[in-house]
Ligand binder design. Structure first.
Ligand SMILES: C[S@@+](CC[C@H](N)C(=O)[O-])C[C@H]1O[C@@H](n2cnc3c(N)ncnc32)[C@H](O)[C@@H]1O
Length: 214
């Protein structure tokens, strides 16, 4: 497994546009689940493990952003969560997610470019699994904060190059705003199995982080 759909993207991360990425995920949608499961994909379960610790109430209202085809939604459902919405920019992926019936509401949103379709202070938690490896406008962090309830959690994971001291995409800096976020934890954990790729950025262990809306 070499993640060939992603290999179509420019090697230089800065040249990857959201349009190109959306096309790749639209084209990949029908075989995405099979490909991910074939290499082992513990990322979703490792996120839900953290959600269970922070939000044990299975009626907690959660938004799964960059939900893709709904693999994370499937884990939420198997753990008994029944109030989870899912959103992504890839319509082909969202169609599959919707068919799985794992999300309460499914809606399209291009993070960092568009408003999240929600009132303020609605969600107890937001999960984002596997999306920060390319630059996304950091306005998304303010937008996520807006739709979280005070005390609500942002639970996500970042590939090591996107969560380094160099802060290449500005994600750490954007979350390091004590007026709206409190950092709760940062741990390395497994994200996906071994990839046969020469892509120097891929790594099987990612940073799992939790922030709380103040
Ligand atoms: C690696 S997949 C992860 C999907 C799902 N969370 C999972 O774990 O299977 C990355 C997803 O992020 C979505 N994505 C990337 N950038 C996005 C953006 N700016 N707005 C919305 N979705 C985005 C892609 O369309 C894709 O479905």
């Amino acid at each position: 497994m070499n993640f060939s759909p992603l290999e179509k993207l420019p090697k230089n991360q800065a040249e990857i546009t959201l349009d190109k990425l959306e096309t790749v995920y639209d084209e990949w949608a029908s075989s995405y689940d099979k490909d991910l499961h074939s290499i082992g994909y513990p990322g979703p379960a490792n996120i839900i493990k953290r959600v269970k610790n922070l939000l044990p109430d299975r009626t907690a209202k959660i938004l799964d952003l960059a939900a893709g085809t709904g693999i994370v939604g499937e884990v939420f459902k198997s753990e008994g969560y029944r109030n989870v919405d899912g959103s992504d920019m890839s319509n082909a992926s969202l169609k599959i997610a919707k068919e799985k019936g794992v999300y309460e509401r499914v809606f399209r949103c291009c993070m960092g470019e568009e408003r999240i379709d929600s009132e303020d202070n609605v969600y107890d938690g937001i999960t984002v699994v596997g999306c920060w490896s390319i630059p996304i406008n950091v306005s998304i962090f303010t937008e996520m904060n807006r739709v979280l309830k005070p005390g609500g959690y942002f639970i996500s994971c970042f590939r090591p190059d996107a969560w380094s001291d160099k802060d290449i995409y500005g994600y750490k800096g954007a979350l390091n705003d004590a007026t709206i976020w409190k950092a709760l934890s940062e741990e390395m954990d497994e994200y996906h199995g071994k990839l046969e790729t020469e892509h120097e950025h891929y790594s099987s262990d990612w940073f799992y982080v939790v922030y709380q809306k103040v």
